[in-house]
Design a binder for this molecule. Structure first.
Ligand code: SF4
Ligand code: SF4
Length: 89
């Protein structure tokens, strides 16, 4: 456990693996729900860029604050966020 006067910072490392994406859209909807309280893909900061059913790229657009909720919604390993606690004394 961190000492009382130590500063704890969370470092976030993200990884996108578009080839693993199933296009379930949970990440897209999670973002619009958390940020705007609606299930509206157009409001989401997650963009699935692809060709037909194939997702070629997963992008986070301007406005994303890296809260991580869309990463937590992905159960296919297509987008992952590792949080590392860094303690500074
Ligand atoms: S990390 Fe960005 S894209 Fe994902 S839910 Fe948070 S604001 Fe939305
Ligand atoms: S990145 Fe994950 S949550 Fe988002 S559509 Fe692809 S598989 Fe679903």
């Amino acid at each position: 456990m961190a000492e009382a006067n130590a500063k704890v910072k969370i470092k976030k490392k993200v990884k996108m693996e578009a080839s693993l994406c199933s296009r379930c859209n949970l990440c897209v909807l999670a973002c619009s729900l958390v940020k705007f309280d609606v299930f509206e893909p157009d409001k989401s900061f997650v963009r699935l860029i692809g060709d037909g059913d194939e997702v070629l790229k997963i992008k986070l657009s301007r406005g994303c604050d890296m809260c991580g909720d869309c990463f937590d919604a992905c159960h296919y390993g297509a987008m992952t966020m590792t949080r590392i606690e860094v303690v500074k004394k």
